[in-house]
Write a protein that binds this ligand. Structure first.
Ligand SMILES: [Zn+2]
Length: 104
């Protein structure tokens, strides 16, 4: 198994699993972050943290999600999304996510 820049996933400490926001790079408890996963080549929000496969995380903040949209390729790489759907609209995913998950 290649294990380059992976977090040591699943390690549980007192605060529970901690993940890194791909937008701002800060670490935060997994439960406070939005999880993204890949389904059929499309990046989706994994609301229940239940989708299998690799996940990527962002704070529930508009600024982080906007940064994430700019780093779309990085997000795809973090998710090992080798063949992203060419019609997938990252910008609209991010704006929908902001509307649904970020408190205004
Ligand atoms: Zn962040």
């Amino acid at each position: 198994m290649v294990n380059d820049q992976q977090y040591v996933g699943g390690k549980t400490e007192k605060t529970g699993p901690v993940r890194t926001c791909l937008g701002c790079g800060k670490k935060a408890p997994k439960a406070s972050l939005i999880r993204f996963a890949v389904v059929n080549g499309r990046i989706v929000v994994d609301e229940g943290y239940s989708l299998t496969g690799r996940g990527a995380y962002s704070c529930r903040q508009e600024i982080c999600l906007r940064l994430l949209a700019k780093k779309g390729k990085r997000l795809a790489r973090a998710l090992r999304c080798e063949k992203p759907d060419p019609h997938h609209d990252m910008a609209s995913l991010i704006s929908t996510t902001i509307d649904s998950f970020v408190a205004k």
